[in-house]
Design a protein around this ligand. Sequence first.
Ligand SMILES: [Zn+2]
Length: 415
Amino acid sequence: MNKSGFIKNCRLCESNDLKKIINFGKTAIGNNLSHNRKLSLKSSTYPLELLRCEKCKHFQLSFEVAPSKLYATNYTYLSGIAPSFVKHFKEYSNWIIKKCKIKKNDLVLDIGSNDGTCLKPFKEKKINVLGIDPAKLPAQIANKNGIKTINNFFNKKNANKIKKTYGEIDFITSHNVLAHIGNIKDVFKNIYYLLKKDGYFCFEVGYFLKVLKNNYFDTIYHEHLDYHHARPITQYLSKLGFSIIHISENKIQGGSIRILCKKDGKNKILKQPKRFLLNEKKSVINNKLFLKNWQKKIFDNIKRLRKIILDDLKNNKKIIGYGAPTKAALLLKLAKLEHGSINYTIEDNSLKINKYIPETDVQIKPFKNIYSNKPNVMIVFAWNFASDIIKKLKKNKIKQLKIIVPLPKVKIINL
Ligand SMILES: [Zn+2]
C-alpha cells in the first residue's frame, strides 16, 4: 500500500472490534527533520492513536502513513555499530544452533538483515547465510563483508525467487522489523512457505507489556504499526501450522520478546511457552481497568512537566533539551511546548545538527553550544540515556543546571 489511511480491521485476526487505548491526536512524523524553521512548524501531521482488538487482544495503530512519506528520509541506522547488538546476536546464534540443532552447511535466512550483524556469528560457524533487506546502504555493507544479502522487500515474489535459487530454508530469523511491516500476515505466510518441514522460525520484537508497565508511551509512533505481545501473535502462528517451542523476554531496545516456532504442522504449544502465555494473561496487558486509566496516567505526567517548564519560563530561565530522538516531537506536542519555550536541543549525532525537531522551533545544536549559550534548565528528550548524559555533563564540569528527566515519571536532578 502506498497511500495513507485508517486501518479498519485487526492486522492479525481481521476483527473490526477495535477499541481506543490512547489517542495523541494528529502528530508529525518524528524523524522527518527539516532545515527550515517555518517548514518545520508547518510539518504535515497524521493521526496517532493506539487501538486494541477486542477479539485477539492485539494492539495496533488506527492509521497507516504511506511508506513513501514515512521513509522519505535516508535510513542510515546500522545495527553493527552498537556493541550491545553484536554481543546479543553472538549469544543468540549459540542458543539457536543448540536449540534447533543447526548443522554445518544448513541455510539460515534473516529477514530485515540490516548490515548482517545477526548472520555473522552463524557464518563464522560454517553455516550458510542469506540476508534480505530493502535498505540500500546496510545491504551494501553486508555484501562487502561477505554476508550475501538481497537488497529487496520480503514478499511472495522474492520468496519464490529465493526458493528457486536456494531451495527450502532450514532456519529463518528476524529482529526488530516485524512492527514496521505493512502486511505482517503475508510475511508470516511467506516464511511458512519457505521453511523446510520441521524447520524453525525465530523472531524478536519490542514487547508492549514493557511499554505499558513503564509508561514508555513515546515508543508509539507512525513507523510502528503493531505493538506485540505473545498471545495474539502465537495464536496467529498456530493457525498457520506452527508449533510454539519457546518464548522469552530480553532487554534489547527497552524490552523485547523472542518467539521460537517450528513448522511441523502440529499446532502444539509446549510447556514453557504455555506458562509464559499464562503469566502474560495475568499481567496488566489484560487488565481492563489498567488499560482504561493508562492514557490519564500518561497525560497527568505530561501536565506536570508542562507546569514545571512554564514556571521556569516565568522566572526567565533559559531552557534547552538534550537529544533529538523521534520521540521528542511527540513529547513537545503533548506538553504544548512546540514553540517559544525551548532554546535549542543538544545532539551527538552530527547528521541532525542545525535541523529542527518536527512541528517545533527547536533547533538541534552540537554539545559545545552549552558553553556559549549557557542554559539554566535541561529537558532530557533522550531520557532512556539520562544516566549517560548526566555523566557526560559532570565530566565536562557543567554546573548550576536543573535537569528534567520527563519519563517514565518526571524527575528533577540538580547539578
Ligand atoms: Zn485481532
